[in-house]
Design a protein around this ligand. Sequence first.
Ligand code: AMP
Ligand code: GLY
Length: 426
Amino acid sequence: MRILVLGSGAREHAILLALKAEDASHELFAAPGNAGIAADATLVARLDANDPTQVTDYANDENIDLVIIGPEAPLVAGVADALRERGIPVFGPGRAAAQLEGSKAFAKRIMDAAGVPTGRATRATTRAEVAAALDEYGATYVVKADGLAAGKGVVVTDDRGAALAHADAYLPTGPVLVEEFLSGPEVSLFFVSDGDTVRALSPAQDFKRAYDGDAGPNTGGMGAYSPLPWLADRFGSEQAFVDEVTRTVAEPVIKQLDAEGTPFIGLLYAGLILTEQGVKVIEFNARFGDPETQVVLPRLTTPLSRLLLAAAGGYLEDEPAPTFADTAAVTVVLASEGYPEAPQTGRPIEGLRAAASVPGVHLAHAATAGPDAPDGDLIATGGRVLNVVAVGDTFAQARERAYAALGEITLEGGHFRTDIAARVAG
Ligand code: AMP
Ligand code: GLY
């Protein structure tokens, strides 16, 4: 197959690697990519991934069989709509359905209409409304920007002043949401949908805070692991959990969006909190999660391209459900000095070859650039630089491998969490 993957993060590199692993004869096109993607793709396409016309013309000219949209920006820009209009198979929702991620108020409305369990929330447009909502819900305070903020528009704090200050920062540009604080472990569960049928992938957990022990600011994600062995304690089995969320969350949301004339064809990412009162949604994303994808896809034992093509083509019901290996996968993100507030970029990264040669380890690049010369230095170009991904028979083994690989990598000022999957490793 000829497949075009849009995006430039570790998630897109993970998607590309999964496609490459399932069938070495795929021709894989990528845009804009990064140094890791460039090394693994057949070709890096010179196009603006956020421009519907450029993407559609390219896919048409190059006889692309399937376009996979990684990040949210092209979805919001209407790239999937343009491709679908031209009859090109695309995995990713149109602009209207992608609002499930782009607008938290839209997501809340859909959840209300579909009867999906979520926390209470108030949409506020003035400081007085924010203050009233903070007092109504009480501490711990949760304040979110109602728009795309790449995982950084949320503050969770016991400090009322800090909650108000966060709202002040976003109110000039639009409304904010004040939410009821939900307490419990978090789970990320992905669903592939063709607008009607849904198929769940294996659950993962990510680590959003910057530092060990869940300290420090929220980030785009510092690490992840999959599967979640402790789900069996609560639900009897992982499958029982997945079935419950499919029935109470994914299916009602997909039905609601379809009923509103905005079918969701793509990846529905449910960010869940397992509260004492049951499973509740904290957020939806309209795309694969990063870094969870890096630990979910290496465990997928059925072909990714078939699954995504069936979703794009509207015949997911006829496809066998995806299956997963009974292995433990761990990913740890290497971040630049100063991430997330003010990442220092442009620094060389060394030791990647040695890291990738640790058994069970591969790298998923995020913000890297430069030549792929033997032991040639790459340059870190952003906050989250790359993911070390390790698979093992046990979490203890996967962790050992991941951290051994990180020990081979040198990036001045680089930092990573040392406690990813520590609890499940026992
Ligand atoms: P979001 O951007 O909505 O995913 O929020 C980022 C992170 O903030 C989540 O993964 C949670 O850890 C935390 N968070 C968001 N909303 C809530 C909430 N209502 N209660 C507790 N934690 C939350
Ligand atoms: N892992 C968080 C996200 O992808 O938004």
